[in-house]
Design a protein around this ligand. Structure first.
Ligand SMILES: C[S@@+](CC[C@H](N)C(=O)[O-])C[C@H]1O[C@@H](n2cnc3c(N)ncnc32)[C@H](O)[C@@H]1O
Length: 219
């Protein structure tokens, strides 16, 4: 009997939490408007983002809410050196480019699949950001050695079991005050433990879709 009461109470609590989270998401979506380009450069990138999604030239891409968050974070820390692990066809890279073409920054992005890397290069060219984005093809676990410090922002969005190694390799290269962002963190529990138990880091989670981990490397 006691167990049944406990189970019912736990289920009720869960329902309240889930429904309040849903309400939060609906409210946010109702308030937001699609991004508006201010400059021609911005409009051109947004045009390619829109076109890539409509034409289906995307693969496991970030939801637009996360793409916009990537842009806001990169631009607000005035990122000059950004690294992305898991380019796919360049969708999240285009969102990051919106920030970097404003800050005068560069993106180095890593992709193991040759076809996706080729499509990403085309998207960056169409968006006019191929001069600030370098796609490095091959296994990021090996190729990350090429990255030189200091890095302002890292976005991790490749195979989930690789996240702890990506963090281990990149953390020493991120400048104090820099950001480490990780996508689909609900699928990377080891990574979540690593970023939430290190006193050098401060981590919050932006729970649109599968969740974006936002980690500050303290100064
Ligand atoms: C979730 S998708 C990335 C989506 C992309 N960030 C976007 O929003 O458009 C993950 C990508 O990581 C790539 N990947 C997986 N393992 C990798 C590795 N070891 N090195 C580099 N890329 C890898 C996959 O080929 C895939 O294209």
């Amino acid at each position: 009997m006691k167990l049944a009461v406990l189970v019912v109470t736990a289920l009720l609590l869960l329902a309240v939490v889930v429904s309040s989270q849903r309400r939060g998401t609906e409210r946010a979506q109702g308030m937001e408007k699609p991004p508006m380009g201010r400059t021609d450069a911005e409009k051109r990138i947004l045009g390619v983002i829109d076109d890539a999604r409509r034409a289906g030239r995307v693969h496991l891409e970030v939801p637009d809410a996360d793409g916009r968050m990537l842009r806001v974070l990169a631009e607000s820390i005035n990122a000059k050196e950004a690294v992305e692990i898991g380019t796919s066809t360049g969708y999240s890279g285009l969102w990051l480019s919106l920030a970097l073409q404003t800050t005068g920054g560069k993106l180095t992005t890593f992709e193991i699949d040759a076809g996706r890397a080729a499509q990403a290069r085309k998207h960056f060219q169409q968006a006019g950001v191929d001069g600030i984005v370098t796609v490095i093809e091959g296994d990021a676990h090996k190729n990350l050695q090429q990255v030189k410090a200091p890095v302002d922002l890292v976005f991790i969005d490749a195979e989930k079991e690789g996240y702890p190694d990506y963090l281990k390799q990149m953390l020493p290269k991120v400048r104090p005050g820099g950001l480490i962002l990780a996508h689909n963190i609900d699928m990377a529990p080891e990574y979540v433990t690593a970023v939430t138990t290190n006193p050098e880091l401060e981590t919050v989670f932006y729970m649109e879709g599968r969740g974006l981990g936002i980690t500050l490397k303290k100064r």
